[in-house]
Design a protein around this ligand. Structure first.
Ligand SMILES: [Zn+2]
Length: 287
């Protein structure tokens, strides 16, 4: 009987074991792939049950005075496809949303690990994209070819060629980012009448929006599909004179594409962010 149980457990483990391997170039930066040893990281602790079914790798590297740590999470059933970048470790709802997205749709995400803080020794991870020194990027402390190459080679490795660049962020209630604010550089496109947005429930909340980018004053036609699907959109007009070395600006200026979506929701509104992920992915797949 004991033997039988042992065989059963063995078979069960084989049937349900994950096949978690990483590409050799990523292995160079991988310092830990054991989720149980990584559960000191609060995002992992909070999502432990779901992450157990996914592949989790802690990566680390140095560039100048900065030491970077990042979590690479992929779905072993389908690791290529939809891939997200999460630069801000203080935005915890975005992490929960990313786990949801990868569990449901496959692909993966790369999230900066930084003790639940936004800045790493004074550097905002989302103002750190450049191959060489860019004078105009006031918020970048030093050029970052290593950071930029590692992050984008991982994204480009997992992301399908036709897939957009994707990011997840959280903002604060009525904070600096709002669909009710706009400028000559960042234009707001409202999916709902202003009065409903001021009322602010769920998708209609001023803080819940999708960021798009491009070189042209006229936004890509996909913007109107997002509006139709019930999501307000901020469209940022990018050029080398107003480059801020963010991921979105880098995608436009260096990757030469405007195929980028950043889903921003208010903190602790993961349920709205998940709904927006479903809607954005539906548009990407239907496209
Ligand atoms: Zn953010």
């Amino acid at each position: 009987m004991k033997k039988l149980i042992t065989i059963f457990i063995l078979l069960f483990n084989i049937a349900y074991s994950k096949n978690c391997t990483v590409a050799p170039f990523i292995l160079n930066y991988t310092i830990n792939s054991n989720i149980d040893k990584l559960s000191y990281i609060s995002d992992i602790k909070q999502n432990y049950k779901k992450l157990k079914h996914l592949c989790v790798n802690l990566l680390a590297f140095r560039e100048g005075a900065l030491r970077w740590k990042m979590l690479l999470v992929t779905n072993p059933k389908r690791e290529h496809g939809v891939f997200w970048f999460l630069p801000h470790d203080n935005e915890n709802s975005a992490f929960n949303s990313a786990v949801y997205a990868v569990s449901k749709y496959g692909g993966g995400f790369l999230a900066v690990v930084n003790n639940n803080k936004r800045y790493n020794a004074g550097q905002d991870p989302n103002r750190n994209f450049s191959y060489s020194r860019v004078k105009i990027c006031k918020e970048q402390i030093a050029p970052s070819p290593i950071y930029t190459n590692i992050v984008f080679s991982i994204i480009d490795y997992y992301k399908g060629a036709s897939m957009p660049y994707l990011a997840l962020h959280n903002n604060t209630n009525g904070g600096g980012i709002s669909i009710l604010k706009s400028s000559s550089k960042v234009k707001s496109y409202l999916a709902y009448p202003k009065s409903q947005i001021i009322d602010g429930k769920g998708l209609q909340d001023e803080d819940n929006l999708v960021y798009m980018v491009g070189l042209q004053k006229t936004p890509p036609s996909s913007l109107y599909k997002l509006l139709k699907a019930g999501m307000s959109v901020k469209y940022e007009i990018v050029n080398s004179i107003n480059n801020d070395c963010s991921m979105s600006n880098f995608v436009v200026l260096e990757k030469g594409t405007n195929n980028y979506f950043n889903i921003e929701t208010q903190r602790r509104q993961s349920w709205v962010q998940k709904e927006m992920i479903d809607r954005v992915i539906k548009l990407i797949i239907d496209n």
